[in-house]
Write a protein that binds this ligand. Structure first.
Ligand SMILES: [Ca+2]
Length: 151
């Protein structure tokens, strides 16, 4: 009788360990980083204007902390040009200075602009057009921080 009870207790212990193992396994799985295609605005550090190659904040970010008149100087291997020029499809102004970001369809802050106030984001840039009517998706070529861009 005591042998049977001991066996039952061993089975119960095993079951508990099995459940514990399953919980630990699940925790480990959740803790694994989604390295190849992490998609999140949280990848954008405070103080930066961030862009991603794909919609939904995927494949990036490219982080722009100052004024940049030629985005072809910033490489990103999965962009068609190999640089951020004419590539971004989602964006987030995570600035902290209060300034907005004007983005431009051409290098040297030229031809058409669009304003991204601090704290704003867009998961799909194709919903926006520049002041010259061109679509914002896959077209940003320069950026300029300015107090004239605000919500
Ligand atoms: Ca462009």
């Amino acid at each position: 009788m005591s042998n049977i009870r001991a066996s039952l207790n061993a089975v119960r212990r095993g079951a508990r360990l099995g459940i514990l193992g399953a919980v630990l396994g699940l925790t480990a799985l959740v803790a694994l980083p989604a390295t190849p295609a992490a998609a999140s605005m949280s990848q954008c550090a405070s103080g930066f204007f961030c862009v991603w190659n794909a919609t939904g904040f995927t494949d990036g970010p490219g982080s722009f902390g100052g004024n940049n008149q030629n985005w072809s100087l910033f490489s990103h291997s999965t962009c068609p040009s190999g640089t951020w020029n004419n590539c971004a499809s989602s964006a987030y102004n995570h600035g902290s200075s209060g300034l907005g970001v004007n983005i431009y369809v051409d290098i040297d802050y030229a031809t058409g602009s669009f304003c991204f106030p601090q704290g704003t984001s867009e998961t799909n840039l194709s919903v926006y057009t520049y002041t010259n009517g061109a679509n914002v998706n896959n077209s940003i070529s320069s950026n300029f921080w300015t107090s004239t861009c605000h919500s």
